[in-house]
Design a protein around this ligand. Structure first.
Ligand SMILES: Nc1ncnc2c1ncn2[C@@H]1O[C@H](COP(=O)(O)OP(=O)(O)OP(=O)(O)O)[C@@H](O)[C@H]1O
Ligand SMILES: [Mg+2]
Length: 221
């Protein structure tokens, strides 16, 4: 089964009098449970593609179906709920809330939805990501790699169907990159999640089931 189905997708941006064809005719099906990596030069459309899958950008043309839902048929409020319940995001800059403890950061997406964490799932996730001893610490007390692990836990706590990550290991050294990438892959596999990751990192790309290469807004082989 395909959890993401993209057909004839175009996304154009207006830049003054110029039109930037950020995505220029994308057809892509992503199988449920698989780990897909998106690579391509700077400006090739990677972030635009990820943001369109997340329903953050409205396509200029074409359709995006995620987990059986046609995003173009959803209103803003439905999209917000869709993102909160079905998607997990991991960003390069972690975006942890500095005033909250690691535990509070991880469960934050559930609180937005007035739900409580499944205790067994929470412990399992925290343990797999090596965060057991950091739950009461504030983000600044952790290394970059550990903060990114907390951001991964936060992305997965809602049991999303699809996990989207934009350069999740951007500024890490090789060892941290391998650790974080391995943990991201392992947790997604453990909880049967579909993982879509943008990266420039070839070590990370090697862990993928499939590598999608973008060039000038198109998929190339
Ligand atoms: N909000 C926007 N408004 C105007 N142009 C945009 C916007 N977002 C992206 N673009 C343009 O669309 C093209 C694709 O950008 P995108 O950010 O998707 O590339 P990318 O592959 O993620 O690059 P990078 O590796 O640098 O992150 C670029 O030419 C960029 O300038
Ligand atoms: Mg980008």
């Amino acid at each position: 089964m395909d959890i993401v189905e993209i057909r004839h997708l175009k996304k154009y941006f207006k830049d003054g009098s110029q039109v930037v064809k950020a995505l220029d005719g994308i057809d892509l099906s992503i199988e449920k449970g698989k780990f897909t990596v998106i690579v391509g030069a700077s400006g090739s459309g990677k972030t635009t593609l990820l943001n369109t899958i997340a329903g953050l950008y409205e396509p200029t043309e074409g359709t995006v179906i995620v987990d059986g839902l046609d995003l173009s048929k959803m209103g803003e409020e439905q999209l917000t709920v869709f993102r909160r319940r079905r998607l997990g995001f991991v960003f390069q800059g972690y975006n942890l809330i500095p005033e909250l403890t690691i535990k509070e950061n991880i469960v934050f997406p559930l609180e937005l939805d007035d739900t409580r964490p499944d205790a067994a799932y929470f412990s399992n996730l925290v343990h797999l990501l090596g965060l057991d001893n950091y739950l009461d610490a504030c983000p600044h007390m952790l290394s970059g790699g550990a903060q990114q692990c907390a951001a991964i836990a936060r992305a997965l706590i809602t049991k999303p169907s699809v996990v989207l990550a934009d350069e999740p290991t951007g500024s890490f050294d090789m060892k941290t990159t391998q650790n974080v990438a391995g943990l991201l892959k392992m947790t997604a596999a453990t909880f049967h999640q579909t993982l879509v990751v943008i990266t420039h990192n070839l070590d990370l790309a090697q862990l993928a089931d499939r590598v999608v290469r973008l060039q000038d807004g198109k998929i190339v082989q």
